[in-house]
Design a protein around this ligand. Structure first.
Ligand code: EPZ
Length: 422
C-alpha cells in the first residue's frame, strides 16, 4: 500500500492545473448508458474512482476507452443490467447507473452500497424518486431490483441529495410525460450533468436551480462534452498556498464555483482573485486568522472542503469552529490532526472547535477517506519535520497526481510505493 512522505516547511510557489471534476465525470459516465451513440468526455482526471466506474460500465457491456484525458463510452451493446456488489461497495457512485438503466432498458439490478467511512449514507431518497416515477422496486439479497418504464411525476426531495437528484434526472429524461424535481440539489456537478443531457437531446428547464422540469423525449444521442473544473481540487490547492504562506496560480479554476470557500479563506487572510482561467492565491504575510464555517448544500460551504480548511484552522490565530451538517461522521481526520499537534475538541458529533497552534509537527498518520487524506497532506506541508500519510489509496480516488503537482511548486513530497502493508 502506497504512502506519502512529506518534509514540511517549504513555501509553495508556481502553477497547478486542476482537471475536470471527479464528481461530474462519474454521473456523466452513468449517463452514457442513456444512448447507443458514443459519449466523449474531455478533461477527465486519471483516478481510481473513474476506473471503478469504467469497470461497472464494462460489466454492463459498454465499450470504454481512456486516452490522454479523453474518455469514450459506447453503450450500444448492453447485455446485462446488473451493478455487482464488488463494485458498488467499493464506490457508492456506481449506484447511479440505476436511473439510466431503468430509463433506457426499464430494468436494473443494482447492489445496495452499504455504509462508508463518512456515515451510513442510505439510498432511500434515490428509491423514493424511482417509485415516484412508477418504477417497481424490490430489495432482494442486498440488491435493488427495479422494473418498469418511468412515467413523469413530481419528485419532492424533503432533504437535498446530490446523487438522488442525478439518479432522478437520468431516470426521467426518457420518461413518458413531464417530471418535476422539487428541492433538487443545485451543485455545479448536477448542473453539468443536466447541461450535458440537454446536449444529448434531453428537454430540461430550471437548470442550475432547485426546481428541475423534465419533459421526457423518445431518444438521446451521442455527445462530446468538456467536464467542469474540479472546484474541490481547486480549493484544496488554494489551501495549500495558504498553509505554506505561499502563492499559486491554479489553472482551469473558477471563482464562481468556490465563492463561499474563497470568502472564508479571505477572512483567514488569503487573497484569491480570478485571472483569465486561473485563480491567483496569495497568503498574506500576517498569521492566518480563525474563522467559523458550517457545511451546507451548494452554494453553501461544501462538506468536501471541510477537512482541508480544518487543517488551515489548526495554524490560525484564535479559535475556529467547524459544523458538519451533511454527513454524521465526517471528523475522522480530527484525531490524526491532533497527532500532529493540533488542538481540536469535538463538541457532540457535528461540531469541532479548533484552537490555533503556532506549529504542527510531522507524524505518522492514517487517511480514513478522500478529503481527510488531503487534509493530512496539507497539514504535512506546513508541519515541522517528516509526515507519513498511510493508506493513500483514498487520495488516489479523487486527486490526479497530487504529489507531483505539489512537488512542482516546491513541496518536499514523495510517494513511497510498498507492496505489502497492514
Ligand atoms: C455526493 O455524494 C458526492 N459524491 C460527495 O463527495 C459529496 O460529499 C456529497 O455529494 C455532498 O455534496 C459524488 O459526487 C460521487 P448526498 P452523495 O446524496 O450524492 C443523506 C467526495 O469527497 N442521504 O447529497 O452520496 C446522506 O447520507 C464525496 O468527493 C440519505 O439519507 O451525497 C448524506 O448525509 C464524498 N438518503 C446527505 O443525505 C439518500 O437516499 C447528503 O448526501 C441519499 C442521501
Amino acid at each position: 500500500m502506497d504512502k506519502i512522505r512529506i518534509i514540511g516547511g517549504n513555501t509553495l510557489s508556481g502553477r497547478i492545473r486542476v482537471k475536470g471534476a471527479k464528481n461530474a465525470v462519474l454521473p456523466l459516465m452513468a449517463a452514457s448508458l442513456l444512448t447507443e451513440e458514443e459519449v466523449i468526455l474531455h478533461d477527465v482526471p486519471n483516478l481510481s474512482d473513474i476506473r471503478t466506474m469504467t469497470k461497472v460500465l464494462e460489466h454492463l457491456g459498454a465499450q470504454v476507452s481512456f486516452e490522454g484525458d479523453t474518455l469514450r463510452i459506447k453503450a450500444n451493446n448492453i447485455n446485462c443490467f446488473e451493478a455487482p456488489y464488488e463494485l458498488v461497495s467499493k464506490m457508492r457512485a456506481s449506484f447511479w447507473v440505476l436511473g439510466p438503466l431503468v430509463a433506457r432498458f426499464h430494468q436494473a439490478r443494482v447492489s445496495l452500497p452499504g455504509g462508508c467511512a463518512i456515515g451510513t449514507r442510505p439510498v432511500d431518497r434515490h428509491l423514493y424518486a424511482m417509485e415516484q416515477l412508477g418504477i417497481k422496486i424490490d430489495i432482494e439479497g442486498g440488491y435493488v431490483l427495479a422494473s418498469g418504464k418511468p412515467q413523469g411525476n413530481k419528485i419532492y426531495f424533503q432533504i437535498k441529495t446530490v446523487g438522488g437528484t442525478m439518479n432522478a434526472l437520468m431516470a426521467s429524461v426518457l420518461a413518458n410525460g413531464t417530471t418535476e424535481i422539487i428541492n433538487a440539489a443545485a451543485e455545479p456537478e448536477v448542473t453539468d450533468l443536466a447541461k450535458c443531457l440537454v446536449k444529448m437531446g434531453a428537454n430540461i428547464d430550471g437548470i442550475g436551480t432547485s426546481h428541475l422540469i423534465i419533459n421526457g423525449v423518445e431518444k438521446l444521442h451521442g455527445v462530446s462534452h468538456t467536464v467542469i473544473p474540479d472546484r474541490i481540487e481547486a480549493a484544496t490547492y488554494a489551501i495549500a498556498a495558504g498553509i505554506t504562506g505561499g502563492q499559486l496560480y491554479i489553472e482551469n479554476a473558477r471563482l464562481d464555483l468556490i465563492e463561499n470557500i474563497a470568502f472564508s479563506l479571505n477572512l483567514m487572510g488569503l487573497n484569491i482573485s480570478q485571472k483569465n482561467d486561473c485563480l491567483f492565491v496569495k497568503a498574506s504575510s500576517n498569521r492566518l486568522k480563525a474563522t467559523d464555517i458550517a457545511t451546507e448544500e451548494f452554494p453553501g460551504f461544501p462538506t468536501d472542503v471541510q477537512a482541508q480548511i480544518m487543517a488551515l484552522m489548526c495554524l490560525a490565530e484564535g479559535t475556529s469552529t467547524v459544523t458538519e451538517n451533511i454527513f454524521e461522521n465526517r471528523f475522522m481526520h480530527v484525531q490524526e490532526l491532533v497527532r500532529m499537534g493540533a488542538d481540536i475538541r469535538l463538541q457532540g458529533s457535528r461540531t469541532a472547535i479548533i484552537k490555533g497552534v503556532d506549529q504542527l509537527s510531522g507524524a505518522q498518520v492514517m487517511a480514513s477517506d478522500l478529503r481527510a487524506s488531503a487534509a493530512l497532506v496539507l497539514a504535512g506541508l506546513a508541519a515541522k519535520g517528516e509526515t507519513i500519510v498511510n493508506r493513500i489509496y483514498h487520495l488516489d480516488r479523487g486527486y490526479d497526481h497530487m504529489e507531483e503537482k505539489l512537488r512542482s511548486c516546491g513541496a518536499n513530497i514523495e510517494r513511497i510505493k510498498e507492496k505489502i502493508d497492514e
